[in-house]
Design a protein around this ligand. Structure first.
Ligand SMILES: Nc1ncnc2c1ncn2[C@@H]1O[C@H](COP(=O)(O)OP(=O)(O)O)[C@@H](O)[C@H]1O
Ligand SMILES: Cc1cn([C@H]2C[C@H](O)[C@@H](COP(=O)(O)O)O2)c(=O)[nH]c1=O
Length: 218
């Protein structure tokens, strides 16, 4: 029986890398899959990992019906054993429901990857529907760390290294860009997210035992 599996974690914890590994291993065993993505940092119709691998993928645009796409492919004679769906937080709730039908009606495995919450700690629509519908939700083993050394659990949006709490929900960006570019992201522990203490604000370059436990100011 096929499953709908949601692999989730913060930004920069290895989701896209795992997506590409699962695809590679399945193809090596003769299985046939399709890759989907949405608003990847590397550009449209691209699935990229920070480890350097970039492969073509179908861009999930707002009106793409994922179930009809798979049915059309199969009807034209293509074999599809699995789907890899990266950046699934950006898919609509309806598109996640289509993925559920792909699993149940077409017996195709679906592996979805995405962050759960936005820079304001609110669930993305696609992630919420995945948590509601998935057969399994798996948290990635590799954890991004907060500057203080604790487990990073929340995605902060930064402008010049300073955390912001206003803005559009979707702004494509990277975790390296915080101090240099206009908008970037930084993974923080809940406490530092709540207090809006980024590495820049704390004057911290890298995790140090000196900053643990949390002091009164941070
Ligand atoms: N130079 C590097 N050497 C080893 N691992 C790296 C390097 N750069 C990035 N990584 C790994 O890649 C992970 C990010 O992978 P990626 O798949 O792009 O994350 P995600 O899709 O979750 O945002 C980091 O957590 C880190 O483990
Ligand atoms: C928190 C947050 C993130 N985003 C964007 C930034 C990146 O382009 C992706 C996440 O990609 P990753 O492979 O998991 O690093 O999401 C956003 O648009 N809004 C947010 O609040």
């Amino acid at each position: 029986m096929a499953d709908l599996v949601f692999f989730t974690g913060t930004m920069d914890c290895g989701k896209s890398t795992l997506a590409l590994q699962l695809d590679h291993n399945a193809r090596q065993r003769g299985l046939a899959g399709r890759l989907f993505t949405c608003h990847d940092r590397a550009g449209a119709a691209t699935l990229s990992s920070r480890l350097g691998l970039t492969v073509p993928a179908v861009e999930v645009r707002p009106h793409l019906d994922l179930q009809r796409y798979v049915v059309a492919e199969m009807t034209s004679g293509a074999r599809i054993d699995y789907l890899i769906c990266d950046e699934a937080q950006f898919y609509s709730g309806a598109q996640i429901e289509q993925l559920g039908r792909v699993v149940d009606e077409l017996s195709v495995e679906v592996y979805a990857f995405g962050i759960l919450t936005d820079f304001r700690t609110r669930l993305f629509e696609g992630s919420q529907r995945l948590v509601e519908l998935a057969d399994r939700v798996e948290s990635l083993q590799v954890q991004a760390l907060c500057w203080c050394g604790r487990r990073g659990t929340h995605n902060a949006r930064t402008v010049g290294g300073v955390m912001v709490t206003e803005g559009e929900q979707v702004v494509v960006g990277d975790t390296d860009d915080g101090a240099t570019l206009e908008i970037g992201y930084e993974v923080l522990c809940r406490r530092h997210h709540r207090r809006r203490v980024t590495a820049h604000a704390a004057g911290a370059g890298s995790p140090s035992p000196d900053v643990l436990p949390f002091g009164a100011s941070a």
